[in-house]
Design a protein around this ligand. Sequence first.
Ligand code: SAM
Length: 446
Amino acid sequence: MAEKARGPRREPVASAEPDAAADIGVEARIAAGILLNAALERRGGMDEAQGFAEIRRLPAPDRAFARAVAMAALRRLGEIDQILTRRLKATPNAAVMTILRIALAQILVLETPAFAAVSTAVKLAERDAKTRPYKALVNAVLRGIGRDGPGITTPESNLPDWIAARWRATYGDTALTGLALAARDEPSSDLSLKPSADALALASALEGHVLPGGSVRTAKRGDIATWPGFEDGDWWVQDAAAAVPARLLSVGPGETVLDMCAAPGGKTLQLAAAGATVTALDRSETRLARVTANLARTGLTAGVVAVPAEDWDDTRTFDAVLLDAPCTATGTFRRNPEVLRATRPADVAKLADVQHRLLDVAADRVRPGGRLVYCVCSLEREEGETQIIAFLRRNPAFRTVSADPAAIGAPDEALTPEGWLRILPSMWAENGGLDGFFAARLERAG
Ligand SMILES: C[S@@+](CC[C@H](N)C(=O)[O-])C[C@H]1O[C@@H](n2cnc3c(N)ncnc32)[C@H](O)[C@@H]1O
């Protein structure tokens, strides 16, 4: 589930050019509504809907605009609905709500000129028998908001209630507000570099900056395949927090490493770039194709094995094992706002069972004296701290080796009293934040 498979190409994001949006028509707004509703209906819905004929037949800038609008609406859904609720005497049918949500995402988030957002919303309402009777209402509501302003909204409303309640209980009120604020805006892109690449030069070419761990952060958008160094395989896209666990494993040249849930491969590339002899294992052949493609582009090498870890009939043990386990991925909401809508409370317990099982499989692969890093991009304790507490009870041969956040590009405040890392998306807020991760480094007795 975590770390969605995404191709390297990103279309130009129309949100960066508000005026251009005035020339984009009704079809793109329809597409935005389809994408938004698909994301609200099912996990992976937005990616799936990108394949629908109504979306595919649009010109690339319209498709990019539709996606930007849908993502903005998804990120600010709670606030958008707060604004609309104040204006509506009764909730209109779902199709009308979609038109209003899409229009408000354009006006409030993407800074689309209001005349373009309102006139396309009214035209959209006109096209369908279900929405035609509400044409005047759509016009009046949007013009009213344009005239009077949106009014006060609370960022916490963008989080589903059950998730907000969970995070409040786990992290407290102040952290919850920080998390809600981190969920509102589209994040920058972070790039991990091969050791031979020049981070300062890349940062300067992309008008970005170098982060403490060495990743380059850029607000640039568009087709990453055209950025300097992509063709040469100098870097790959990887959130700054996602780059921390492989550094925590601290592998050196010649060491044998098992990356036990490897696809799409960001951490495999880091481990291979550090000179280790890496085996990249994953149960999904489709996702492993991304690992193979990334290895080819970067000129790095790793053995690739497609099999569920528990069924792997190989008896080797390794100097180091990385288990980046499947999880709810709730820590990735900045990049994938869908996770907040698609995750159900029961998923946490279901995935915690899988993690428990995979941790024991991973432990068997660590040679005496070797080390194990367990990580998840989830903010749920059951998938992080609770797993490690239970694992250490079951496996007395293992002990925690405390992390040194400064040495591996993690925020200092991420260090827990136990020596694990609990990175929250609200950390480094002044610098654009980072994904949420839990990571623990364990060592097996010799
Ligand atoms: C969080 S993702 C891994 C992300 C990857 N480490 C990276 O940095 O790009 C989890 C992966 O676990 C894989 N997976 C799930 N169950 C597995 C199992 N039983 N054995 C091996 N891989 C599994 C999934 O296919 C998925 O690719």
